[in-house]
Ligand binder design. Structure first.
Ligand SMILES: *[C@@H]1O[C@H](CO)[C@@H](O)[C@H](O)[C@H]1NC(C)=O
Length: 187
């Protein structure tokens, strides 16, 4: 799997996520973002690796059924951070929104442990779907699927096509899943 080989070269980066990551505004794609030594965000573009042929079959979010729900540890909670709404269609436009593209890149990363202090992100238009790894952590499609379901129930803000950001924080696992607007702060 080509994605894994590039991911292993990342093992050396990533200081602890002591501070939030101010998302750079980036073109649509898949990125691993961390804070550089100068305190500024730095990224690795893994878009081409995720899109490596054979192209994955596109699926509609509604058609994806995850059988096993994650056994969330106690202390897990949803938050609806204020400000910086994004266009709902960039999260959910059929198979092109970040809900789906993040799912695909999560799936293609397999059991890879993203280094502590990194955020796995997917950008489409105004929307960024992400996972924060406060310690080395893998991305799980069943966790992503369930986390979004949970936060959608808690953070229902919608207006004129715009949607409020939300995340699920899992302190016991040192990770967080969420979606936010490009350019805002996450993790
Ligand atoms: C990342 O790669 C994709 C696909 O190759 C490209 O479209 C995009 O512009 C790249 N992003 C940056 C910031 O260079």
């Amino acid at each position: 799997m080509k994605l894994l080989s590039i991911l292993f070269t990342l093992a050396t980066i990533g200081s602890a996520l002591a501070q939030a990551i101010q998302l750079p505004v980036l073109p649509d794609g898949a990125y691993i973002i961390s804070i550089g030594e100068d305190g500024k965000p730095t990224w690795t573009n893994i878009t081409a690796k995720v899109a490596e042929p054979p192209a994955m079959v596109k699926r509609e979010p509604a058609s994806i059924v995850i059988e096993a729900r994650p056994d969330w540890p106690s202390g897990t909670y949803a938050r609806c951070p204020s400000g910086n709404w994004f266009l709902s269609t960039d999260l959910y436009t059929q198979s092109e929104g970040t809900w789906e593209t993040f799912f695909e890149q999560c799936e293609s990363s397999g059991s890879y442990q993203f280094p502590a202090g990194t955020a796995l992100t997917n950008y489409q238009g105004t929307s960024v779907s992400y996972m924060c790894a406060y310690s080395a952590n893998s991305c799980s499609i069943s966790e992503w699927h369930d986390a979004v379901g949970w936060v959608q129930g808690s953070c229902g803000g919608r207006s004129n096509g715009w949607q409020e950001p939300a995340y699920l924080h899992i302190p016991a696992w040192n990770k967080r899943y969420g979606y936010a607007k490009s350019g805002s702060s996450i993790c």
